[in-house]
Design a protein around this ligand. Structure first.
Ligand code: 26Q
Length: 780
């Protein structure tokens, strides 16, 4: 190995001494992490520099994203370097258990799926030797930490993830850029994180911008003893990247959010153009050198900003427009109207006036070419339309999602620009979501298909004809072990004891009405009542595990969390069902918690109404770890069922066509009235079975009567209930034949190859970015 673990250990010890005045066996986990991280950064520095220079030669792609949900970095970096076991041993010899670093905070600079996808993509691109760099924002506070109070309500705490330092970033003051707003000028200072490839010596870069003041201190104010005003400009600058917006489903028209979006756009483009002008020069050919992927519309101000920068350098509007169109591509991640960004032009003009001028020019150009289309309407800029118009390619994130984009969301656009639309079904990195989080299963699979399956996930197909009793028993053994490990963690963190002999039925994802955690909760109440009154018999004991954060201002989502915590309390304290049912809502579900929960899952709950979840990626992680999917025909579930077979999973519910046909004449109250079991569980929201409150009563009303802005039961909980419960109880019965169930799990694993983000990223590289792998040795 070209990395020297002894040297890393020596540097770690030296750094502990110089920076923290301590030694291995007396250092805190934070001190150890800081020293080890810095030592590894020193060790990889030359290699990182060489690969940066290598990338300078070729056509490159850039991923622009407001979010990167990196998770905890120390284990994945050591893992990808191939030195995790060696460092673990070296630490053990010094009396330190490396797992003490489980205390280290995640880098949670993202909300959920979209941010985690960006992180998986960087891992895959670098591991596939593709020249892709990431650009984003370095929020001082990442996604809030979640606690539940005695009431079962979500409480948010600040996520001060750099409190004890951030050894995995390198501050590059020399590449600081200046950002001008109508009312302030700030600096954007880059922090570079190495993205370490797996099974290659390639190291890529994620560059995150942090806002700082041009002048840290106003001396005139200071001398006048006005200390608050002396620090005013500093605080106002740092405010811009102070905190990640915790909303993942409805955009908020906030001034500060515009500033964030402009910073990522302007700083990143200035940075790329600086290098381009040094190495190449002719700005009209910029699109031949660079391809920029917009991760949703959050960085879409890059489009007018690039045009502005090019025009400042002498290009005409038309020339600049053509360069922008050849440079940008846009990925859409949602079909829900309330999530599509529309910026009020007056608000935008008060922050970035020149950007508004250019958007008006683009809109005028569009309307003269295609009078039926628009970017500006009702004095708002529709960022998705802007992104379709000024892009080479537009893509959805699963087959069914792309079809909805073409036929529905962007119907008019697809009619005029059909050749722009592509599908790129999401994927996940098998390194973090198998190799790192499930070493026990990795070992079992390696014994079957060889060492390299984490770089070629399709090779898992080979286990299909090797599935026999021995392999199934081995798989079941690993699953039991992962459940045991999770049960220990949940006991310790949540105070709920789980029996690893129970089925572990898992729903982990952001809390949103469309994801229908409430449907799962209602079905659990139906099982609870059914067990008590004897109408459900021969039920395989099941632990229902939830993990989810709600946007802090999302009242209904918070009410759903409270309701689930309350039914958990009821059920877990009822001796009648103690040997059959457990419910736990884990606190602060994040990347690191996911790495414990996903390998332990037997059943993966993916239950959004068809046509609402763009793709989902948790569904893929769970499949890869051998859970069967209890899911609707929505998002990537469709492709999971296609790959693994419906007979090895539990598809249920209305199809997207059936849902669309039901829309308009759907009367949830009819189902409620006709079905006593549904009535019984829906009533528990308000009838005192568990404590109730105004927001829970609002959920009840929303299910039956709707609200001014939504039809009754807008997400069709009651329409899908019977089908869901049938499939859920069928899975529950099937589990009793442990070998037959284990076979289904193994077939899911065998056919999960498609969902490697290596496949996804290679498709982006070939069909959108037109880039090729590059290595120092020149060979592939
Ligand atoms: C926008 C404006 C202002 C403030 C916040 C936002 C904002 C932030 C995050 C809007 C949306 C998001 C995140 C969306 C998201 O995570 N979408 C998910 O993307 C995944 C990756 O493609 C899909 O698998 C999921 O289906 C999709 O819900």
């Amino acid at each position: 190995m070209k990395y020297d673990c002894d040297r890393i250990l020596q540097w770690t010890q030296a750094l502990l001494k110089y920076n923290h005045d301590t030694k291995m066996d007396s250092a805190t986990p934070q001190q150890l992490h800081d020293a080890l991280g810095q030592a590894v950064m020193m060790e990889i520095n030359d290699c990182w520099t060489q690969h940066r220079q290598l990338r300078a030669q070729s056509r490159k792609a850039f991923y622009f994203s407001a979010e990167y949900l990196m998770g905890r970095l120390v284990f994945s970096n050591l893992y990808n370097l191939g030195i995790l076991p060696q460092i673990r041993d070296a630490f053990a010899k010094k009396g330190v258990d490396l797992s003490c670093l489980e205390e280290i905070e995640d880098a949670a600079l993202g909300n959920g799926g979209l941010g985690r996808l960006a992180a998986c993509f960087l891992d895959s691109a670098v591991s596939c030797d593709l020249p892709l760099s990431g650009y984003g924002l370095r929020y001082k506070f990442g996604l809030f930490k979640q606690r539940f109070d005695d009431n079962g309500s979500q409480r948010e705490l600040a996520d001060d993830w750099t409190h004890y330092g951030d050894p995995w970033s390198y501050r590059r003051d020399n590449h600081t850029t200046t950002i001008e707003f109508a009312d302030q000028t700030v600096l954007a200072v880059p922090y570079d994180m190495p993205i370490i490839g797996y099974g290659t010596d390639n190291i890529g870069t994620l560059r995150l911008w942090q806002c700082e003041a041009v002048e840290e201190l106003d001396f005139d104010a200071f001398n006048a003893q006005d200390y608050a005003r002396a620090l005013d400009a500093k605080n106002r600058a740092e405010d811009i990247t102070r905190v990640l917006y915790p909303n993942d489903s409805t955009y908020e028209g906030k001034r500060l959010r515009i500033k964030q979006q402009y910073v990522i756009s302007s700083a990143s483009l200035q940075d790329i153009l600086r290098v381009y002008q040094r190495d190449h020069g002719d700005l009209k050919k910029f699109g031949e050198f660079a391809s920029i992927q917009l991760n949703d519309t959050h960085p879409a101000m890059s489009i007018p900003e690039l045009i502005r920068l090019l025009m400042k350098n002498g290009l005409s509007f038309e020339e600049a427009f053509e360069v922008a169109r050849s440079t940008f591509n846009y990925t859409n991640h949602t079909v829900m109207g309330e999530a599509l960004e529309k910026w009020d032009l007056n608000l935008m003009a008060s922050v970035v006036p020149e950007i508004v001028d250019i958007i008006r020019k683009i809109d005028a150009r569009l309307k003269s070419e295609h009078p039926g289309l628009f970017i500006i309407r009702d004095n708002s800029a529709h960022m998705a339309n802007l992104s379709v118009y000024v892009s080479s390619y537009v893509n959805g994130v699963a087959q069914i999602h792309t079809e909805i984009l073409k036929n529905d969301v962007f119907r008019d656009w697809y009619g005029i620009f059909p050749e722009r639309f592509q599908n790129k079904t999401n994927g996940v990195t098998p390194r973090r979501w198998m190799g790192l989080c499930n070493p026990e299963l990795t070992e079992v699979l390696e014994a079957q298909v060889g060492k390299d399956f984490l770089k070629d996930l399709d090779s898992l197909r080979e286990i299909e004809n090797k599935i026999d009793r021995r392999l199934i028993d081995r798989f079941n053994g690993v699953k039991y072990l992962k459940k045991l490990q999770l049960a220990e963690i949940i006991e310790q963190r949540e105070g709920v004891d789980l029996d690893p002999n129970f089925i572990f039925d898992v729903q982990v994802k952001r809390l949103h009405e469309y994801k229908r955690q409430l449907l799962n909760a209602l079905s659990i109440m139906d099982i609870y009542f059914g067990l008590k009154d004897g109408s459900i018999r021969d039920f395989t004991p099941t632990a229902f595990i939830f993990g989810a954060k709600s946007a802090p201002g999302y009242r209904r989502a918070k009410a759903i969390i409270r309701y689930i915590n309350r039914i958990a309390k009821l059920i877990n304290n009822d001796p009648d069902v103690a040997d059959k049912l457990r419910v736990v809502f884990v606190q602060n579900y994040n990347c690191s918690y996911a790495e414990h929960i996903i390998p332990a899952a037997d059943i993966s709950e993916q239950i959004s109404p068809a046509g609402t979840e763009a793709s989902g990626t948790g569904n893929m992680k769970l499949m890869l770890n051998g859970a069967v999917t209890l899911g609707t025909r929505d998002g990537a579930n469709v492709e999971i069922f296609q790959q693994a077979g419906e007979e090895n999973n539990y598809p249920f519910g209305m199809t997207v066509e059936e849902i669309n046909a039901a829309r308009g004449n759907y009367q949830s109250r009819g189902i409620y009235t006709a079905n006593p079991r549904i009535r019984r569980v829906v009533n528990t929201l308000v009838d005192g079975t568990v404590e109730t409150d105004d927001e829970q009563r609002e959920l009840f009303t929303a299910l039956l009567d709707g609200a001014s802005w939504h039809s009754p039961d807008h997400y069709f909980h009651l329409l899908d209930f019977a089908s869901y419960q049938e499939a859920k109880l069928r899975a529950n019965r099937d589990y009793r034949d442990r070998r037959a169930f284990g076979q289904k799990c193994l077939l899911n694993i065998a056919r999960a190859g498609k969902f490697s983000s290596d496949r996804t990223i290679r498709q982006y590289a070939a069909d959108i970015w037109h880039i090729k792998p590059a290595t120092l040795s020149g060979e592939e």
